[in-house]
Write a protein that binds this ligand. Structure first.
Ligand SMILES: [Zn+2]
Ligand SMILES: [Zn+2]
Length: 333
Protein backbone atom coordinates (compact mmCIF):
# COMPACT_ATOMS: atom_id res chain seq x y z
CA UNK A 1 0.00 0.00 0.00
CA UNK A 2 0.97 3.65 -0.33
CA UNK A 3 1.83 5.48 2.88
CA UNK A 4 3.65 8.57 4.13
CA UNK A 5 6.42 7.26 6.36
CA UNK A 6 8.52 9.17 8.89
CA UNK A 7 11.96 7.50 9.19
CA UNK A 8 13.31 9.96 11.76
CA UNK A 9 12.09 13.24 13.26
CA UNK A 10 13.14 16.34 11.31
CA UNK A 11 11.94 19.91 10.72
CA UNK A 12 8.83 19.90 8.55
CA UNK A 13 10.37 22.32 6.04
CA UNK A 14 12.74 19.48 5.06
CA UNK A 15 9.65 17.48 3.97
CA UNK A 16 10.57 14.41 6.08
CA UNK A 17 7.56 12.25 5.18
CA UNK A 18 8.43 9.73 2.45
CA UNK A 19 5.58 8.70 0.18
CA UNK A 20 6.40 5.03 -0.34
CA UNK A 21 5.16 1.47 -0.76
CA UNK A 22 4.89 -0.52 2.45
CA UNK A 23 3.27 -3.88 3.25
CA UNK A 24 -0.45 -3.78 3.92
CA UNK A 25 -1.09 -4.51 7.62
CA UNK A 26 -3.06 -7.58 8.69
CA UNK A 27 -5.61 -7.48 11.51
CA UNK A 28 -4.76 -9.38 14.69
CA UNK A 29 -7.31 -10.80 17.15
CA UNK A 30 -10.19 -8.38 17.84
CA UNK A 31 -8.79 -5.88 15.37
CA UNK A 32 -10.29 -4.40 12.22
CA UNK A 33 -8.41 -3.53 9.04
CA UNK A 34 -9.74 -0.24 7.71
CA UNK A 35 -9.46 1.01 4.13
CA UNK A 36 -8.65 4.65 4.87
CA UNK A 37 -10.71 7.22 2.97
CA UNK A 38 -9.45 10.38 4.68
CA UNK A 39 -7.17 11.24 7.58
CA UNK A 40 -7.18 14.56 9.41
CA UNK A 41 -3.91 16.40 10.02
CA UNK A 42 -3.39 17.33 13.66
CA UNK A 43 -0.84 19.61 15.32
CA UNK A 44 0.29 16.56 17.29
CA UNK A 45 1.46 15.05 13.99
CA UNK A 46 3.66 18.09 13.54
CA UNK A 47 5.01 17.76 17.11
CA UNK A 48 5.98 14.13 16.62
CA UNK A 49 7.37 14.65 13.11
CA UNK A 50 9.59 17.45 14.38
CA UNK A 51 10.65 15.47 17.45
CA UNK A 52 9.00 17.62 20.13
CA UNK A 53 7.38 14.36 21.16
CA UNK A 54 10.14 11.74 21.52
CA UNK A 55 10.00 8.97 18.86
CA UNK A 56 8.33 5.77 20.07
CA UNK A 57 8.77 3.70 16.93
CA UNK A 58 11.80 3.80 14.62
CA UNK A 59 9.81 4.33 11.46
CA UNK A 60 6.21 5.42 11.76
CA UNK A 61 3.19 6.34 9.65
CA UNK A 62 1.54 9.34 11.38
CA UNK A 63 -2.16 10.18 11.40
CA UNK A 64 -4.85 9.65 14.00
CA UNK A 65 -8.07 11.15 12.65
CA UNK A 66 -8.92 8.30 10.32
CA UNK A 67 -12.23 7.82 8.57
CA UNK A 68 -12.56 4.68 6.52
CA UNK A 69 -14.40 1.46 5.88
CA UNK A 70 -13.86 -1.89 7.56
CA UNK A 71 -12.23 -4.16 5.00
CA UNK A 72 -11.23 -7.20 7.02
CA UNK A 73 -12.01 -8.56 10.49
CA UNK A 74 -9.38 -10.07 12.76
CA UNK A 75 -10.09 -13.28 14.63
CA UNK A 76 -12.97 -12.81 17.07
CA UNK A 77 -13.82 -9.28 15.87
CA UNK A 78 -17.61 -8.98 15.90
CA UNK A 79 -18.45 -5.35 16.63
CA UNK A 80 -18.46 -4.07 13.03
CA UNK A 81 -19.42 -5.63 9.73
CA UNK A 82 -17.20 -5.52 6.67
CA UNK A 83 -18.19 -2.29 4.88
CA UNK A 84 -19.08 -0.36 8.06
CA UNK A 85 -17.75 3.20 8.20
CA UNK A 86 -15.60 3.81 11.27
CA UNK A 87 -13.28 6.36 12.79
CA UNK A 88 -9.89 5.58 14.36
CA UNK A 89 -8.71 8.12 16.94
CA UNK A 90 -5.47 8.96 18.78
CA UNK A 91 -6.16 6.61 21.71
CA UNK A 92 -5.40 3.30 20.00
CA UNK A 93 -5.72 1.11 23.09
CA UNK A 94 -5.39 1.03 26.86
CA UNK A 95 -4.46 -1.86 29.16
CA UNK A 96 -7.91 -1.69 30.83
CA UNK A 97 -6.34 -2.93 34.06
CA UNK A 98 -4.33 -0.05 35.59
CA UNK A 99 -5.71 2.11 38.40
CA UNK A 100 -6.75 4.83 35.92
CA UNK A 101 -8.56 2.48 33.56
CA UNK A 102 -10.34 0.87 36.51
CA UNK A 103 -11.64 4.25 37.72
CA UNK A 104 -13.04 5.63 34.46
CA UNK A 105 -9.92 7.61 33.55
CA UNK A 106 -8.57 5.54 30.69
CA UNK A 107 -7.29 8.76 29.09
CA UNK A 108 -4.56 8.61 31.78
CA UNK A 109 -3.79 4.89 31.29
CA UNK A 110 -0.30 3.80 32.36
CA UNK A 111 0.16 1.62 29.28
CA UNK A 112 -1.61 3.21 26.35
CA UNK A 113 -0.85 2.93 22.67
CA UNK A 114 -1.40 5.83 20.29
CA UNK A 115 -2.40 5.73 16.63
CA UNK A 116 0.22 7.22 14.34
CA UNK A 117 2.76 7.45 17.16
CA UNK A 118 3.44 4.19 19.00
CA UNK A 119 1.75 2.33 16.12
CA UNK A 120 1.24 3.15 12.46
CA UNK A 121 -1.59 5.53 11.66
CA UNK A 122 -3.68 6.81 8.82
CA UNK A 123 -1.40 8.67 6.40
CA UNK A 124 -1.84 5.49 4.38
CA UNK A 125 -4.28 3.44 2.35
CA UNK A 126 -4.91 1.01 5.24
CA UNK A 127 -4.81 1.18 9.03
CA UNK A 128 -5.53 -1.12 11.96
CA UNK A 129 -7.49 -0.57 15.15
CA UNK A 130 -8.73 -2.72 18.01
CA UNK A 131 -12.48 -2.86 17.35
CA UNK A 132 -13.27 -1.58 20.85
CA UNK A 133 -11.39 1.65 20.21
CA UNK A 134 -12.93 2.52 16.84
CA UNK A 135 -16.04 4.69 16.61
CA UNK A 136 -19.04 4.34 14.33
CA UNK A 137 -19.27 7.62 12.35
CA UNK A 138 -22.75 9.20 12.28
CA UNK A 139 -24.24 8.97 8.76
CA UNK A 140 -24.89 12.71 8.56
CA UNK A 141 -21.18 13.51 8.19
CA UNK A 142 -19.27 13.22 4.96
CA UNK A 143 -15.88 11.53 5.28
CA UNK A 144 -13.77 14.70 5.13
CA UNK A 145 -16.15 16.58 7.43
CA UNK A 146 -15.90 13.81 10.02
CA UNK A 147 -12.10 13.55 10.14
CA UNK A 148 -11.39 16.66 12.26
CA UNK A 149 -14.02 15.53 14.76
CA UNK A 150 -11.87 12.56 15.76
CA UNK A 151 -9.10 14.44 17.56
CA UNK A 152 -9.54 18.20 17.26
CA UNK A 153 -13.24 17.70 17.98
CA UNK A 154 -13.00 15.19 20.81
CA UNK A 155 -10.11 16.97 22.58
CA UNK A 156 -11.93 20.29 22.21
CA UNK A 157 -14.99 18.67 23.74
CA UNK A 158 -13.05 17.26 26.68
CA UNK A 159 -11.45 20.70 27.14
CA UNK A 160 -14.92 22.27 27.26
CA UNK A 161 -16.02 19.72 29.86
CA UNK A 162 -12.96 20.36 32.02
CA UNK A 163 -13.48 24.12 31.76
CA UNK A 164 -16.80 23.62 33.60
CA UNK A 165 -18.33 26.32 31.42
CA UNK A 166 -22.08 26.67 31.85
CA UNK A 167 -24.96 28.10 29.84
CA UNK A 168 -24.67 31.91 29.89
CA UNK A 169 -20.97 31.78 30.81
CA UNK A 170 -18.13 33.59 29.07
CA UNK A 171 -15.35 31.54 27.51
CA UNK A 172 -12.25 32.47 25.52
CA UNK A 173 -10.29 30.36 23.05
CA UNK A 174 -6.60 31.11 22.69
CA UNK A 175 -5.65 29.99 19.22
CA UNK A 176 -8.38 29.39 16.67
CA UNK A 177 -7.48 26.39 14.52
CA UNK A 178 -9.05 23.00 14.00
CA UNK A 179 -10.01 22.32 17.64
CA UNK A 180 -11.44 25.77 18.41
CA UNK A 181 -13.48 25.95 15.21
CA UNK A 182 -15.33 22.82 16.34
CA UNK A 183 -15.44 23.62 20.07
CA UNK A 184 -17.03 27.03 19.43
CA UNK A 185 -19.99 25.30 17.79
CA UNK A 186 -20.52 23.15 20.88
CA UNK A 187 -20.09 26.16 23.18
CA UNK A 188 -22.62 28.23 21.19
CA UNK A 189 -25.03 25.27 21.29
CA UNK A 190 -24.71 25.29 25.08
CA UNK A 191 -25.50 29.03 25.19
CA UNK A 192 -21.96 30.15 26.01
CA UNK A 193 -20.60 33.57 24.99
CA UNK A 194 -17.33 33.01 23.12
CA UNK A 195 -14.28 35.28 22.79
CA UNK A 196 -11.45 34.41 20.39
CA UNK A 197 -7.88 35.48 21.13
CA UNK A 198 -5.84 34.49 18.11
CA UNK A 199 -3.22 35.84 15.79
CA UNK A 200 -4.13 36.72 12.25
CA UNK A 201 -7.20 38.28 10.66
CA UNK A 202 -8.16 35.01 8.93
CA UNK A 203 -8.61 33.08 12.20
CA UNK A 204 -10.36 36.03 13.85
CA UNK A 205 -12.81 36.27 10.95
CA UNK A 206 -13.56 32.56 11.12
CA UNK A 207 -14.29 32.91 14.85
CA UNK A 208 -16.70 35.80 14.24
CA UNK A 209 -18.41 33.89 11.42
CA UNK A 210 -18.92 30.98 13.81
CA UNK A 211 -20.56 33.19 16.43
CA UNK A 212 -17.80 34.64 18.63
CA UNK A 213 -18.94 37.93 20.21
CA UNK A 214 -15.38 39.30 20.00
CA UNK A 215 -12.11 38.40 18.31
CA UNK A 216 -8.72 39.98 18.89
CA UNK A 217 -5.00 39.31 18.95
CA UNK A 218 -3.77 36.42 21.11
CA UNK A 219 -2.43 38.60 23.91
CA UNK A 220 -5.14 41.28 23.74
CA UNK A 221 -7.43 41.58 26.78
CA UNK A 222 -11.00 40.48 25.97
CA UNK A 223 -13.57 43.21 26.79
CA UNK A 224 -15.21 41.18 29.61
CA UNK A 225 -13.93 39.00 32.47
CA UNK A 226 -14.19 35.29 31.65
CA UNK A 227 -15.48 32.25 33.50
CA UNK A 228 -13.08 30.03 31.61
CA UNK A 229 -10.46 29.97 28.88
CA UNK A 230 -8.97 27.22 26.76
CA UNK A 231 -5.49 27.55 25.28
CA UNK A 232 -5.28 25.48 22.09
CA UNK A 233 -2.17 27.21 20.72
CA UNK A 234 1.04 25.40 21.80
CA UNK A 235 2.34 28.68 23.19
CA UNK A 236 3.18 28.85 26.91
CA UNK A 237 3.47 32.64 26.73
CA UNK A 238 -0.33 32.78 26.41
CA UNK A 239 -0.84 31.40 29.92
CA UNK A 240 -0.29 34.69 31.83
CA UNK A 241 -2.59 36.80 29.59
CA UNK A 242 -5.23 34.06 29.69
CA UNK A 243 -5.09 33.94 33.51
CA UNK A 244 -5.35 37.71 33.58
CA UNK A 245 -8.57 37.56 31.56
CA UNK A 246 -10.27 35.19 34.06
CA UNK A 247 -12.73 36.11 36.77
CA UNK A 248 -12.05 35.02 40.35
CA UNK A 249 -12.52 31.25 40.48
CA UNK A 250 -12.09 30.95 36.71
CA UNK A 251 -10.65 27.87 35.02
CA UNK A 252 -7.85 27.84 32.47
CA UNK A 253 -7.58 24.65 30.40
CA UNK A 254 -4.48 23.84 28.36
CA UNK A 255 -5.65 21.72 25.44
CA UNK A 256 -2.37 20.72 23.79
CA UNK A 257 -0.11 17.69 24.11
CA UNK A 258 2.97 19.91 23.83
CA UNK A 259 3.51 23.53 24.85
CA UNK A 260 6.48 25.88 24.82
CA UNK A 261 7.71 26.86 28.33
CA UNK A 262 5.30 28.88 30.45
CA UNK A 263 6.93 32.13 31.62
CA UNK A 264 6.86 32.93 35.33
CA UNK A 265 4.06 35.19 36.50
CA UNK A 266 2.90 36.93 39.65
CA UNK A 267 0.90 34.84 42.10
CA UNK A 268 -1.81 37.53 41.86
CA UNK A 269 -2.80 36.10 38.48
CA UNK A 270 -3.57 32.72 40.01
CA UNK A 271 -4.85 33.83 43.44
CA UNK A 272 -8.59 33.98 44.11
CA UNK A 273 -8.95 30.31 43.31
CA UNK A 274 -8.22 30.49 39.63
CA UNK A 275 -7.22 27.08 38.33
CA UNK A 276 -4.95 25.79 35.56
CA UNK A 277 -5.33 22.28 34.22
CA UNK A 278 -4.15 20.31 31.22
CA UNK A 279 -6.06 17.88 29.05
CA UNK A 280 -4.54 14.49 28.27
CA UNK A 281 -6.12 12.34 25.56
CA UNK A 282 -9.74 11.34 26.03
CA UNK A 283 -11.87 8.47 27.17
CA UNK A 284 -13.99 6.50 24.73
CA UNK A 285 -17.00 7.93 26.54
CA UNK A 286 -15.87 11.47 25.65
CA UNK A 287 -15.65 10.38 22.02
CA UNK A 288 -19.08 8.73 21.95
CA UNK A 289 -20.75 11.66 23.74
CA UNK A 290 -19.07 14.16 21.44
CA UNK A 291 -20.00 12.37 18.20
CA UNK A 292 -23.62 12.17 19.38
CA UNK A 293 -23.75 15.90 20.17
CA UNK A 294 -21.86 16.74 16.96
CA UNK A 295 -24.58 15.04 14.90
CA UNK A 296 -27.33 16.67 16.97
CA UNK A 297 -26.03 20.28 16.57
CA UNK A 298 -25.01 19.51 13.71
CA UNK A 299 -21.38 20.57 13.63
CA UNK A 300 -20.00 21.79 10.33
CA UNK A 301 -16.25 21.57 9.91
CA UNK A 302 -14.18 23.64 7.46
CA UNK A 303 -11.65 21.44 5.78
CA UNK A 304 -8.88 21.90 3.26
CA UNK A 305 -8.21 18.65 1.36
CA UNK A 306 -4.76 17.54 0.27
CA UNK A 307 -3.88 14.34 -1.60
CA UNK A 308 -2.07 11.78 0.56
CA UNK A 309 1.24 12.26 -1.25
CA UNK A 310 1.17 15.96 -0.32
CA UNK A 311 1.14 15.39 3.45
CA UNK A 312 4.36 17.39 3.84
CA UNK A 313 2.71 20.39 2.18
CA UNK A 314 -0.36 20.11 4.44
CA UNK A 315 1.89 20.07 7.52
CA UNK A 316 3.98 23.00 6.29
CA UNK A 317 0.77 24.97 5.73
CA UNK A 318 -0.43 24.04 9.23
CA UNK A 319 2.85 25.14 10.79
CA UNK A 320 2.82 28.49 9.03
CA UNK A 321 -0.81 29.17 9.87
CA UNK A 322 -2.11 28.95 6.31
CA UNK A 323 -4.99 26.55 7.08
CA UNK A 324 -8.42 27.91 7.88
CA UNK A 325 -10.22 25.22 9.92
CA UNK A 326 -8.66 21.78 9.49
CA UNK A 327 -6.38 20.07 6.97
CA UNK A 328 -7.45 16.61 5.80
CA UNK A 329 -5.62 14.10 3.60
CA UNK A 330 -7.52 12.26 0.90
CA UNK A 331 -6.10 8.72 1.10
CA UNK A 332 -8.17 7.16 -1.72
CA UNK A 333 -5.98 6.40 -4.68
ZN1 LIG B 1 -4.59 15.02 17.38
ZN1 LIG C 1 -4.77 1.59 31.92
Amino acid sequence: MKACVLRAPAPIDTNPLEYSDVPEPQPGPAEVLVRVRVCGVCRTDLHLIEGELPPRKSSVIPGHQIVGVVEKLGEGATRFRVGARVGIPWLHSTDQTCEFCRTGKENLCDNPTFTGYTLDGGYAEYALAPEKFAYPIPDSFEDAQAAPLLCAGIIGFRSLRLSEIQNGGRLAFYGFGAAAHVAIQVARYWGVEVYACTRGAKHQQLALQLGAVWAGEATAAPPAKLDAAIVFAPAGELVPPALKALKKGGVLVLGGIHMSPIPSFDYDLLYHERMIRSVANNTREDGQDFLRIAAEIPIRTRVTLFPLHEANRALNDLKSDRISGAAVLDCRS
